[in-house]
Design a protein around this ligand. Structure first.
Ligand code: HEC
Ligand code: HEC
Length: 282
């Protein structure tokens, strides 16, 4: 017959037979023992409805194992799990950190072109959802970055004020100056404070200088922000200013821009996207 030639099958059948035999033998042994055995030893005082209990020493192996379990339990609860325990989040964080270090080392000294490319990449992922792919602010939902950082934007800030960067001085009030006065101060700021190059209204620069006192009260005579009480206008229109905005967040008239200081972007990425943003208004 076929199944008799199958070695594996035979082995399984023999094993099953052996298990049955051993079981019968062991059960028979215990039944016999229960019938015949007379225990000796000292009975404990307690007695539960006629059922007594012998005073037996704890088996040494069992006692040691019991104590060992308690010690191990304490170690695991206090040290083993909290300090050495595996955690998926921990592994994820370690991997992110490792990758970030690699990233930072690789791009420690990027050239201009690399920075610009990196900035564009960051912008499309992190900023475009609110500011639009072209940076135009999607119909005023977020700042129009094709203007922000330019001379025109300074005029806009003077007319409309600014809030949400969380400087000690709080909000900048709207309407400090109007019309040509606002344009003049913007021209002066572009040429002499932020030093962004030639103003579009060069003939207004001198007038702007005479009006600068309106701004100097909060931003300082040289525009440096008076030790962090207000933004440094020396950096206005430069990547450093964007980095500052990213670290502080910004509340606009329509929405709120979150802070980007939670490690989402490395310092080099912030600088890169700052460069990219500034290139939009030039
Ligand atoms: C009462 C104090 C005060 C005065 C006066 C003032 N500013 Fe400001 N300015 C601030 C503060 C505070 C901020 C930051 C506001 C914020 O949180 O966005 C600011 C922000 C700015 C910004 C950056 C805006 C942005 O988009 O990030 C510019 C540019 C600026 N001020 C220009 C001026 C000019 C030009 C004048 C003079 C006409 C002036 N400020 C007068 C307090 C002042
Ligand atoms: C959740 C939406 C959102 C995201 C994402 C976002 N922003 Fe903004 N951003 C805003 C809003 C809202 C304002 C304020 C608009 C206003 O002044 O009315 C703003 C303002 C700005 C300003 C002008 C700040 C000032 O001082 O006036 C800059 C620069 C800027 N964002 C850059 C960025 C960059 C760079 C990124 C990507 C790293 C980014 N934003 C991501 C919503 C966002």
């Amino acid at each position: 017959m076929n199944w008799l030639n199958d070695n594996v099958n035979m082995l399984a059948l023999l094993g099953a037979a052996a298990i049955i035999l051993i079981t019968v033998f062991v059960v028979a042994k215990y039944i016999k023992q229960m019938k015949e055995d007379k225990s000796t030893g000292e009975l404990a005082e307690e007695n539960w409805d006629g059922i007594g209990e012998y005073k037996n020493e704890l088996p040494i192996g069992w006692s040691l194992a019991f104590l060992g379990t308690i010690v191990w339990g304490l170690w695991y609860f206090l040290i083993g799990y909290p300090l050495n325990g595996y955690s998926q989040i921990g592994e994820y964080n370690e991997e992110v950190q490792k990758y970030n270090t690699k990233f930072e080392n690789k791009w420690a000294n990027p050239d201009e072109e690399t920075l610009m490319g990196m900035g564009e990449g960051v912008f499309f992922v992190q900023c475009a959802p609110c500011h639009g792919v072209t940076g135009d602010g999607i119909n005023g939902k977020a700042a129009d970055l094709t203007v922000w950082g330019s001379e025109a934007a300074i005029v806009d800030v003077i007319l409309k004020g600014s809030k949400g960067l969380n400087y000690p001085l709080g909000e900048m009030p709207a309407g400090l100056l109007q019309g040509d006065d606002a344009k003049a101060v913007a021209a002066y700021m572009v040429e002499k404070i932020a030093k962004l190059g030639k103003s579009k209204n060069p003939d207004l620069v001198a007038k702007g200088e005479s009006l600068w006192a309106v701004c100097a009260g909060c931003h300082g005579q040289n525009g440096d922000g008076m030790g962090g009480n207000s933004p440094s206008l020396k950096n206005y229109g430069k990547p450093e200013f964007v980095v500052d905005v990213l670290n502080r967040g910004k509340a606009g008239n329509i929405g709120v821009m979150p802070k980007f200081n939670d490690g989402r972007l490395s310092d080099i990425q912030k600088l890169a996207v700052g460069k990219y943003v500034n290139s939009l208004s030039q």
